[in-house]
Design a protein around this ligand. Structure first.
Ligand code: MN
Length: 746
């Protein structure tokens, strides 16, 4: 056929078609070869059937990159097999994972052809239909994945492979979509991967997200790493060589690997530990992997430890024994840092082949060892699945809350505490004494007045520590209040508090209703027909909120008479009032009162007009990259792309995020905040700083300065016209040699 095409060069379509088919088959063959143990006849037949069905179903579809869509499910299947270590059934499901969602094939068809199990998994992977009505389709869909995971863990593993492939090929997406997907990934998928111990996948996801979210920082670190790659490689090689000499008397097989650090992990260290690239760069890491039977793992690991520390000085406080007590995501390893050759620090990880596989492939590897292993093994993942189940059962049903609960409860480590009778309770790290009270009984939680920990009275929001013994002091007159929600971390406590508050609100609303009804009597209209309108007019989300505010005196009922007249059974706004309220509602008046309101272009449609305001969390300045966030009550908030809330918003409410850019470069004024730190050289500091700023033609709105031990920290509110001017101010202030750092505050 190829020859024919060659002879007849005008038939180019045929050639494309043929080479595409060739590519698809080649990718599929690659998938088949990726199985460690070749699939048997029956499995091969099923794989082929899934492949044929998927090829046919996706025939007309293409990915954003232009390549045939079918390559995506094949690649996802290959990741499942080769990188996660799953078997043929998972590969079949991966091949079919987008079929029901995107094509004519129904779940019933899948069920008929492939049976219960495959249908269950594919269903779990199929996005819910018609979700655009709900607040967060992303959260709803992930909730579904987690729920199905309880019946078959492969659902979440295939989902991870799907996400990984989408991230690997994200380049062909438009930039704003990339940002949205990256936010969703770093907000939820990377933590799930971490929780499941899928270390390699987690690391890769984080690096891709980081590259999209912080392209400049990414390039910077990548460049520095590249510059030092040779030096670094030489050193590690020398060190490993030395280890081989030290290990020459070891009586069991082992291997030693150098360990590259991910760009994202370097950046995280730089920002959270406030160290320089060079400090981290100097930290080398190697891994010693030993091949011994399970019962000898621990002893042999310590043998290796003592061989190494006979020759290199260890740093005692860096010793970690995750073998005796594995991490809650299953991770096992013996870790230390030694002073290596040329007095450079080297981190050493010692572990068995089994531990290594668990460290890299977590959940998936664990499953494999569990099948062959002893039944009485403490099963970390089983426990975790039980907690997922509990969280889902306890959840109020709102997908966004579920997602938040899962994040806070399941992605953290645990604390172990005791009741006065010595009974142990396990709670997520970050849980408070109040969480503990609710974990015992919801009545005890609701009436919790004070707490005694290790015989000392502490406030109810005290954060639990390992080994605490806790006694709850209850008081019948105590009632949960709104601020309690800030003090608890577990979903159980949150839900109990929420329902108690709701009950309280319902009672208040009943009283408020009476007040409003009395008011409306004078206008001779019923409350029922007008309540929703009034709630909205006064700016409340719903009746209950509105009526309880009436009871609490937060709404002035006289406003009704002043602004409305009766028209039959309905209230209508008086004419003169309407004219006034046609102006933008107060929350959308832009912050910058001086100068012109800047034009914001939404989704690349010039002239599109939106009522917007600038978010206070990040105070955008003209020139910043920004996005728009649609508020539920209408209108738009403009955030900086680097806003600390951005990831959260993009991940959970991606559908409410609009692409925004600056329009005209008008002379608008923007309030922004900077922080200046440095050495306190005396009373002249403030004057020198302010003079330099005024010299640049910038006004200062606020200036607070505080100092301690010869250092000062100044918080300045500046009025600037754009980021150029702001950047110039920052650079100018840095020129003082007594200033150590100047940065934007938000
Ligand atoms: Mn997919």
């Amino acid at each position: 056929m190829f020859i024919e095409a060659d002879i007849n060069p005008t038939n180019t379509e045929m050639t494309d078609d043929e080479s595409e088919r060739h590519l698809i088959l080649q990718t599929y063959r690659h998938l088949l070869h990726s199985f460690k143990t070749p699939p048997d006849e029956k499995d091969l037949k099923m794989l082929r059937a899934a492949f044929d069905l998927a090829v046919e179903a996706h025939r007309e579809q293409r990915r954003k990159s232009g390549e045939p869509y079918i390559l995506h499910p094949i690649e996802v299947a290959r990741i499942c097999v080769e990188e996660i270590g799953l078997g043929p059934t998972a590969a079949v499901c991966a091949l079919l994972h987008d079929v029901v969602e995107d094509t004519q094939v129904s779940l019933k068809d899948i069920h008929e052809q492939f049976g219960d199990r495959v249908a269950l998994i594919v269903d779990g992977l199929t996005k819910l239909d018609g979700l655009h009505e709900t607040e967060s389709p992303q959260a709803e869909n992930l909730g579904k994945v987690l729920r199905t995971m309880l019946s078959d863990v492969r659902v979440v593993l295939i989902k991870m492979a799907d996400r990984l492939h989408n991230m690997r090929t994200i380049k062909s997406m438009p930039e704003n979509k990339q940002k949205k997907i990256a936010a969703e990934t770093s907000f939820i998928y990377a933590p799930v991967a971490h929780r499941l111990g899928l270390h390699k996948i987690k690391t890769e996801l984080e690096d891709i997200c980081f590259k999209i979210e912080h392209p400049d920082e990414y390039k910077d670190i990548a460049r520095k790493l590249e510059e030092k790659r040779k030096l670094r490689g030489d050193y590690i090689e020398k060190f490993i060589q030395r280890l081989h000499e030290i290990f020459k008397d070891l009586e069991f097989p082992y291997r030693v690997l150098g360990r590259p650090k991910s760009i994202y992990s370097i950046w995280r260290k730089i920002t959270t530990k406030h160290v320089s690239f060079e400090d981290i760069y100097d930290l080398f890491a190697v891994r010693v992997i030993i091949d011994v039977p399970k019962e000898l793992e621990k002893r042999r690991s310590w043998d290796v430890y003592s061989f190494i520390t006979d020759h290199f000085q260890p740093v005692p406080e860096r010793l970690r024994d995750w073998i005796t007590t594995p991490k809650s995501n299953g991770y096992e390893s013996l870790q230390t840092t030694v002073l290596g050759l040329d007095n450079k620090f080297v981190e050493v990880q010692i572990r068995s082949e089994r531990m290594n596989e668990i460290a890299e492939r977590g959940f998936a590897a664990h499953w494999k060892y569990k099948n062959g292993g002893k039944k009485d093994d403490p099963d970390i993942y089983e426990k975790w699945l039980n907690r997922v189940r509990e969280t889902i059962e306890n959840s109020s049903g709102n997908a966004i809350e579920l997602l938040a609960d899962i994040r806070s409860e399941l992605f953290t480590d645990e604390v172990h505490v005791f009741t006065p009778k010595g009974q142990m309770k396990t709670l997520p790290e970050g849980a408070s004494a109040l969480d503990f009270a609710f974990s015992i009984h919801s009545d005890l939680g609701c009436t919790c007045r004070a707490v005694r920990i290790n015989n000392r009275v502490v406030p109810i929001h005290y954060k639990l520590k390992d080994g605490d013994q806790i006694e709850i002091i209850a008081d019948k007159n105590q009632k949960p209040s709104e601020d309690w929600l800030q003090h608890v971390a577990t979903s159980k406590a949150k839900n109990r508090i929420r329902s108690a508050l709701k009950e309280e609100k319902r009672i208040q609303a009943d009283f408020g209703k009476e007040i409003m009804e009395r008011k409306l009597k004078s206008l001779r209209v019923p409350l029922e027909e007008n309540c929703d309108m009034l709630a909205k007019w006064f700016g409340y989300h719903n009746r209950m909120e509105f009526l309880s505010a009436v009871y609490l005196g937060q709404v002035d009922p006289r406003q009704v008479n002043r602004n409305f007249r009766a028209d039959g059974i309905y209230l209508v706004e008086k004419e003169e009032v309407k004219a006034v309220s046609a102006a933008p509602p107060r929350s959308f008046v832009p912050k910058n009162k001086v100068g012109v309101k800047p034009e914001i272009i939404i989704n690349d449609e010039p002239g599109s007009y939106y009522q917007y305001s600038f978010a206070h969390c990040c105070n955008p300045v003209q020139g910043d990259s920004i996005f728009g966030f649609v508020l539920t009550q209408g209108g738009l908030k403009i955030h900086r792309a680097t806003c600390p809330n951005a990831n959260n918003l993009l991940a959970q409410y991606g559908h409410r995020v609009l692409n925004a850019t600056w329009g005209n470069t008008s002379k608008s004024d923007f309030l922004t905040k900077i922080i200046v730190t440095g050495i306190d050289t005396g009373p002249g500091v403030i004057q020198q700083l302010t003079n330099r700023i005024y010299d640049l033609g910038i006004n200062i709105r606020t200036f607070e300065i505080s100092g301690e031990g010869g250092y000062f920290e100044g918080h300045l509110g500046l009025i600037v016209v754009n980021t150029d001017q702001l950047q110039r101010a920052i650079l100018e202030l840095r020129k003082f040699d007594w200033v150590s750092n100047v940065s934007r505050a938000d």
